[in-house]
Write a protein that binds this ligand. Structure first.
Ligand SMILES: [Fe+2]
Length: 292
């Protein structure tokens, strides 16, 4: 009896899963499949030289798992570069397992144009390879990998700081190390693969914007219910914009491009996010979603 029940449940699972997987794979390569989310974030302490800065965030490509360097190259040509970002941030999980198609991936990433720089952090899946090899690969792709590190981006005589922490699942994130030494009145952008790192940011570290990925938005969502599952450290802030600390810290969790484990996305399109930073007069709202 038990075997019969198991056989029937496997059959039902295959009947449900295989068409969904085939549908996802078919849609996945379509150029309209990736959704652009545009958001404006306003801060009174953003240096005026950075008013209007366009920050493109993408995440979780998972190369080698139903997504390959040629797909990444067309994403860059068709969806990323036409947005003319000033700054590009990648929030981890470039590869699904070990590094694959290394030279082709470097060529694709080098195509991204961003005059203020291109930055990346490691995700848990990037730990299938070594941080040293990942850093070397990013360097060749004109990206700066931030592993508990930060750097200043200058425009004229003004600057903002961009920091990146290590992955929460496989690494050792250390914001103190990343931001040391901290100066007064800095404007800080933080990249963390895991969105739930936001809860570890104490008031000692005045991060204004955190960009994250990791959760894939749950990958499978149901209307009216939302995500069904999410990974460790991606369970609290699964998808979209979260104003934290009374709006002092804005967190954005990007749904990512690729797939993890099951080759399915449902009600949860892949996403790239364009954040426009604005220097606001006091008493203006912090954020607004822009219709594309
Ligand atoms: Fe991921």
């Amino acid at each position: 009896m038990r075997r019969a029940v198991e056989a029937v449940s496997v059959m039902i699972e295959r009947m449900l899963l295989l068409p969904a997987a085939a549908y996802t794979r078919a849609r996945y390569k379509g150029e309209n499949w990736v959704e652009l989310t545009s958001i404006e974030l306003s801060y009174s302490h953003l240096p005026e030289a950075f008013d209007g800065t366009r920050v493109l965030v993408f995440s979780d490509v998972h190369l080698g798992h139903y997504y390959y360097s040629r797909d990444l190259a067309s994403l860059i040509k068709q969806s990323i570069n036409p947005l003319r970002p000033d700054l590009v941030c990648f929030t981890g999980d470039l590869f699904d397992k070990k590094m694959t198609e290394r030279e082709q991936v470097i060529s694709a990433l080098r195509m991204i144009k961003a005059p203020l720089g291109k930055y990346a952090v490691l995700g848990n899946h990037d730990y299938y390879d070594s941080p040293g090899r990942m850093r070397n690969m990013y360097r060749q792709a004109d990206f700066t990998m931030l592993l508990n590190e930060s750097t200043f981006i200058h425009r004229g005589d003004q600057a903002i700081r961009i920091a990146g922490v290590d992955d929460m699942v496989k690494g050792r994130p250390d914001l103190h190390k990343a931001l040391h030494p901290l100066k007064e009145d800095e404007f800080i952008i933080l990249l963390s693969h895991a969105p739930d790192f936001a809860d570890r940011i104490s008031n000692d570290f005045p991060v204004s914007f955190q960009a994250s990925g990791h959760s894939h938005g749950g990958q499978v969502r149901l209307p009216g219910i939302g995500h069904l599952t999410a990974p460790l450290y991606g369970r609290k802030y699964v998808n979209g914009l979260y104003p934290l600390k009374e709006g002092e810290l804005m967190l954005y969790t990007n749904r990512g491009i690729g797939l993890s484990v099951f080759p399915i996305r449902f009600w949860c399109k892949p996403e790239i996010t364009l954040i426009t930073l604005k220097t606001k007069p006091l008493n203006c709202p912090n954020s607004k979603k822009i219709e594309n």
